[in-house]
Design a protein around this ligand. Structure first.
Ligand SMILES: Cc1ncc(COP(=O)(O)O)c(C=O)c1O
Length: 371
């Protein structure tokens, strides 16, 4: 909507409108709530040895990333190379892709990206590193490599200890790359509901990365950083001595699932939806389904109606509420997604409001960037 028209910036006609008058579904962000989240996390890390490197995959919105950096973050974490390219295109020049980049097209893109920015990427095998080394050498760039260590999640990663040291020894000889540290994500413990239990277990898990760091350092190989952690473990693993970077993402927007885990952050994200049908007195149908909100962490909630349970969330374009209150057809409601990251990825823009009035519209530049 916003754009250039005869040299002047077009004003989005929605700015100044009450959000309740917007069309539906619309992805919304409460700016004050998100700002509070950014400020709270930044304050936590202001005097910590570890620094914040927020995960861009949460919102994929460059404006929000820039706000996180302005609040003190040292760079951004990405899941995908395409996300990192978007950030660098918009002037954000310190990015970590916390995943493996494989295949000749991708390694060439990665090497070209490293001509323009400080780019780090996870590896867990010499084969990935060798291919990146070749591409970077051809492009005349330098790619930073973090060895991913599997600290219990069972996804990618070498085993902690000797296997990581063995790989580090091979990486330091490769041209075009620099061994810069360790990637370690305790994702298997992020959803542990009992906070004390989560703290203990996540610190134990992350200690394996710290011990690995010490082993590599004892062999005379400098380890620039350990990068990992999440919005649910920032205060446990993020304060462990030896951990340098916290990749928390969801704290910026929050969602239903994360609010159970870290209620100190406010839910800023919602999807404005509309009641489109009342087939019988108890039943209401909303104009949004799984094509409008990620559902893999359970059902969404309806804000201001805590007693309303959505029994299932599987239809493409509908949500059926069985115990609906006296909502009228046409009424708009705030749906709180169970998972912010997969929800933001479905939209091209986020309508930002302050106390219910639209104040800005931010593009979600990396929406749909899967490669
Ligand atoms: C590699 C990595 N780091 C960090 C995170 C944490 O992000 P969040 O704070 O949104 O849970 C994730 C989440 O999936 C991840 O995959």
């Amino acid at each position: 909507m916003a754009g250039i028209d005869s040299g002047a910036e077009k004003i989005d006609s929605r700015i100044g409108q009450p959000i309740l008058e917007l069309d539906t579904p619309t992805l919304l962000l409460d700016r004050a709530a998100s700002d509070r989240n950014l400020a709270r996390m930044a304050a936590f890390f202001r005097d910590c040895p570890a620094k914040l490197r927020p995960h861009f995959k949460n919102h994929k919105c460059v404006t929000l990333a820039k706000r996180q950096l302005a609040a003190g973050a040292v760079g951004m974490t990405c899941a995908k190379l395409g996300e990192a390219e978007i950030l660098v295109d918009h002037g954000i020049n310190n990015v970590l892709i916390a995943n493996q980049i494989v295949g000749p097209i991708k390694t060439a893109r990665l090497a070209r990206l490293a001509q323009r920015a400080h780019v780090a990427v996870a590896v867990d095998h010499l084969e990935q590193a060798t291919a990146i080394s070749r591409a970077a050498t051809a492009a005349g760039s330098l790619v930073h490599l973090l060895i991913e260590v599997d600290i219990g999640m069972g996804r990618c990663g070498v085993a902690p200890g000797q296997p990581a040291l063995d790989l580090a020894r091979r990486l330091i000889d490769l041209p075009g790359v620099h061994f810069s540290g360790i990637q370690a994500y305790e994702g298997h413990l992020v959803n542990v509901l009992d906070r004390a239990d989560r703290v203990t277990r996540s610190r134990q898990a992350m200690q394996q990365a710290v011990d690995t760091r010490r082993l590599i350092e004892a062999a005379g190989i400098p380890v620039g950083c350990i990068s990992g952690c999440s919005s649910a473990t920032y205060d446990s693993t993020g304060t462990l001595p030896g951990v340098d970077e916290v990749q928390a993402g969801t704290y910026a927007t929050m969602d239903r699932q994360y609010h159970r885990l870290a209620p100190e952050f406010d839910i800023a994200l919602s999807v404005l939806v509309r009641v489109i049908s009342r087939p019988n007195p108890g039943k209401a149908v909303l104009d949004l389904g799984v094509k409008g909100a990620g559902g893999e962490f359970g059902v969404p909630a309806i804000r201001d109606f805590p007693d309303v349970e959505i029994p299932f969330f599987l239809a493409e374009e509908h949500t059926v509420v069985q115990n609906a209150p006296d909502w009228r057809i046409g009424q708009v409601l705030h749906l709180i997604p169970s998972h912010a990251c997969t929800t933001c990825n479905l939209y091209r823009e986020i309508v930002v409001h302050d106390q219910g009035v639209v104040v800005e519209v931010w593009p979600i530049e990396a929406s749909g960037r899967l490669s």
